[in-house]
Design a protein around this ligand. Structure first.
Ligand code: PBG
Length: 350
């Protein structure tokens, strides 16, 4: 990777009129020849919401073009379309019928995600990588990502160590259902260690962990929380998700997750944290890095596109190229389905 230092040392080489950078931009073939950043269908992960108590797909208002899927042939057709268009991987989010204080539907072996994993794996076998988000916020009635302990005087804490045991339990039931990748997103300390140990103990040492390592307390998750009905009923997530003012703290989270057994680490959101993506990739080039273009980033682009203020294909591709260029190896994005269909147009559009 080019460092500031190496640019400075070589800067005497670049002088007009000997150098004319425009030579390498003069036509589309030349531009393609020297292009540094590529996007492949294999780089993308498509998020899918599955809802327990419906029979028809339900459009999500806050995410135009996205749906909550029922667990029937409708989701199978949808995933079949994804695979035919070149998508290799999906990440599942569940919307259960039953929510309680402990998020018990998350680790129910007949839960919505466990059944969806079996359904997709039975139908598509090795044609599809099935990932599942591991968290409690969609399953708890209070909407927090873990067990809430009430303190006196109306205060509360989200209890770390009892929560990670439930994440571990959830991950094992996903593994028993045939999941390929579990993705802990709750930002509890030690969550990767708890999950790795539990998976190994249960004989699932081959199940991959993709850790949401640097997940920020972002207002850009708003549309997702509407989609998954997972907004906290009181308080917020700032005592567990990272402070957007901190970049270097991401390295601490990433180091801890790697030491605890993460195979892939993640930065989230993506477009607003390109500097963090770059920082993590430069420091840990040997670890595959995922970035999540989150619901608010999708909604923001989509709204401008729907108003005719941005060019659809160019704006979406540019946003994804930016995430790749910053250093992400894989990108989780609600645009995945659409974008794989016109990836080859990059060579014409840029
Ligand atoms: C679950 C989870 C969230 C997202 C991914 N996993 C919601 C949250 O943390 O509030 C957000 C994804 C998006 O906004 O697209 N903890």
């Amino acid at each position: 990777m080019v460092t500031t230092e190496s640019i400075r040392l070589r800067s005497y080489l670049f002088n007009y009129p000997v150098n004319r950078p425009r030579r390498l931009r003069s036509n589309v073939l030349i531009r393609n020849m020297v292009a540094e950043t590529m996007l492949r269908p294999d780089d993308f992960v498509m998020p899918i919401f599955v809802r327990e108590d419906i029979n028809e797909p339900e459009p999500i208002k806050s995410l135009p073009g996205q749906y909550r899927w029922p667990l029937n042939d409708k989701i199978l057709n949808f995933v079949d379309q994804l695979i035919n268009s070149g998508i290799k991987s999906v990440i599942l989010f569940g919307i259960p019928e039953h929510k309680d204080e402990w998020g018990s539907s998350a680790y129910d072996e007949h839960g919505i995600i466990q059944r969806t994993i079996r359904f997709l794996k039975d139908s598509f076998e090795d044609k599809l990588i099935v990932m599942a988000d591991v968290c409690l916020c969609e399953y708890t009635d209070h909407g927090h990502c873990g067990i809430v302990k009430r303190l006196s005087d109306g205060k509360y804490v989200v209890d770390n160590d009892s929560t990670i045991e439930l994440y571990a339990k959830t991950a094992v039931t996903y593994a028993e259902s045939g999941v390929d990748v579990v993705a802990p997103s709750g930002m509890m300390d030690g969550q990767v260690k708890a999950i790795r140990e539990a998976l190994d103990r249960a004989g699932f040492s081959d199940v991959i962990i993709m850790a949401y390592s640097a997940k920020y307390a972002s207002s850009f998750y708003g549309p997702f929380r509407e989609a998954a009905a997972s907004a906290p009923k009181f308080g917020d997530r700032r005592s567990y998700q990272m402070d957007p003012r901190n970049a270097h703290e991401a390295l601490k989270e990433v180091v801890m997750d790697i030491n605890e057994g993460a195979d892939i680490v993640m930065v989230k959101p993506a477009m607003l944290f390109l500097d963090v993506i770059r920082l993590v990739k430069q420091n840990f080039p040997e670890i595959p890095l995922a970035a999540y273009q989150v619901s608010g980033e999708y909604a923001m682009l989509k709204a401008a596109i729907m108003n005719g203020w941005l060019d659809e294909k160019k704006a979406i591709l540019e946003s994804l190229i930016a995430i790749r260029r910053a250093g992400a190896d894989l990108i989780i994005t609600y645009f995945a389905k659409d974008v794989v269909a016109y990836l080859d147009e990059i060579e014409r559009l840029f």
